[in-house]
Write a protein that binds this ligand. Structure first.
Ligand code: FES
Length: 116
């Protein structure tokens, strides 16, 4: 599995579980402090974005994962999991994206130290 190794300044890596809990082509929601994060395994690469749709308060982890895009379960907007970009209306605001990596078989996501 390839990992996204970006580690933004001011952030710290937080353990979110073993890779076996995120098989290829699946996604799950992880709650870390104020962060509700959607983590997906896209063709062997873990990707993470905010789980809450930017249109209304819907959990994207309840939607549909197709390739590197997730479709909102409420009104159908799609978001790119690589960038967080909103691809369809009614959502017009991009999702926050998170760096995620694989370390010794465990997934870790980068969270701003002041937010965790
Ligand atoms: S709540 Fe997601 S598109 Fe409306």
């Amino acid at each position: 599995m390839v990992s996204d190794m970006r580690n933004p300044a001011g952030s710290t890596w937080v353990d979110i579980g073993v890779i076996e809990d995120l098989p290829l082509g699946t996604m799950k929601r992880v709650d870390l402090g104020r962060h509700r994060i959607l983590v997906a395994n896209v063709e062997g690469t873990p990707l993470a974005v905010a789980d809450t749709c930017t249109h209304e308060d819907a959990s994207l982890s309840m939607g549909a994962l197709k390739g590197d895009k997730v479709k909102c379960p409420l009104h159908g907007s799609r978001f790119c999991l690589r960038s967080g970009r909103a691809l369809d209306e009614p959502a017009q605001v991009d999702l926050e994206s998170y760096s995620v990596r694989l370390s010794n078989g465990r997934l870790e996501v980068a969270i701003n130290r002041n937010d965790s």
